[in-house]
Design a protein around this ligand. Structure first.
Ligand SMILES: NC(=O)c1ccc[n+]([C@@H]2O[C@H](COP(=O)([O-])OP(=O)(O)OC[C@H]3O[C@@H](n4cnc5c(N)ncnc54)[C@H](O)[C@@H]3O)[C@@H](O)[C@H]2O)c1
Length: 284
């Protein structure tokens, strides 16, 4: 019960990583304020909980909604101990030579400005709370290209930098700020972001499961709880010396090129070793 009597706010809590994390926090004693635009999904999160998940409709693209969320959580419980700024979607899919300003701005508002103002409006309610901590959802897309569309990757890299600069700003209040960088996690984000039609959803989910199982050295699909466990650690007393940094939770997806860990993929050095061995065998 690491979060007994603590107030925790989780955005994007109607599905995937946010839902799993909200449920983990509640199971460890927290009073959780679960926020999202998807009210049916929120109701499902609350139904799966132990009764300590309180749902709030909040569009993180609207700063007034974020402020109302934080103010309500604090008014009802006396303050906020932890915030998980996590809501998101795939953002604009266009390449840099095709993207329009509206799509760029929408993506930045959803994935980056939302995190800045999640911090902005939570902090007044976190000052003086012992062990106060914020975690922001970045992504392996912040490592480099190839994991997501352009605008998403840039926003998630921004989240990493915002995490560091905010940890510096909030040192004077002794509030820690960290990020988590999920790899390929089996959630609805891919079907939602690509607007996959209802009738193709199950087929698409099957394909996503297959791809996500084979994408990284750990031979299983990443699950929302894998991220939730890292978030709870970062918000816990055990992480009281961890600040302004990020944990990559990706089963090894980003350790290096695929040939470095997958024996099925041709590796130049292995090929050269074999050529040399064959030449030596022939010479002897
Ligand atoms: N699944 C992955 O592989 C993966 C990888 C890296 C990062 N992430 C990040 O993890 C976070 C959670 O994504 P997920 O995979 O759980 O996806 P998901 O689709 O299962 O959940 C995202 C939730 O965010 C909510 N949301 C979207 N726009 C919102 C808004 N304007 N206001 C409030 N809520 C909103 C959705 O309704 C949904 O419930 C996102 O920030 C995503 O970018 C996911």
């Amino acid at each position: 019960m690491r979060f007994h009597n603590k107030t925790v706010v989780v955005t994007g809590a109607a599905s995937g990583i946010g839902r799993a994390t909200a449920l983990l926090f509640a199971a460890e004693g927290a009073k959780v304020y679960a926020a999202d635009i998807d009210e049916a999904g929120l109701a499902q999160t609350a139904a799966e909980s132990n009764g300590e998940v309180h749902t709030v409709r909040c569009d993180v693209c609207k700063c007034e909604d974020i402020k109302a969320l934080m103010d309500r959580a604090a008014a009802e419980t006396g303050g906020i101990d932890a915030v998980f700024n996590n809501a998101g979607a795939g953002g604009d899919m266009a390449k840099i030579d095709e993207i329009e300003p509206e799509g760029w701005d929408r993506t930045m508002h959803l994935l980056l400005r939302s995190v800045a103002f999640g911090i902005r409006y939570a902090v007044p309610h976190m000052i003086g709370r012992k062990g106060a901590a914020i975690v922001n959802t970045s992504s392996v897309a912040a490592v480099g290209p190839g994991y997501s569309p352009n605008a998403y990757a840039v926003a998630k890299a921004g989240v990493l930098h915002l995490t560091k600069t905010s940890a510096a700003d909030l040192a004077r209040h002794q509030i820690r700020v960290n990020a988590v960088q999920p790899g390929f996690i089996n959630t609805n984000i891919f079907t939602t972001s690509l607007d996959v039609p209802k009738e193709l959803e199950e087929q698409a989910k099957g394909a996503i499961l297959m791809m996500s199982t084979a994408a990284q050295p750990v031979a299983r699909a990443g699950q929302p709880n894998d991220i939730g466990e890292a978030v709870l650690y970062l918000c816990s007393e055990a992480a009281s010396f961890v600040n302004g940094t990020s944990i990559i939770v990706d089963g090894g997806l980003t350790i290096g090129p695929r040939h470095s860990w997958d024996p099925e993929v041709p590796d130049l050095f292995e090929a050269l070793r074999q050529m040399k061995a064959a030449a030596e065998a022939q010479a002897s």
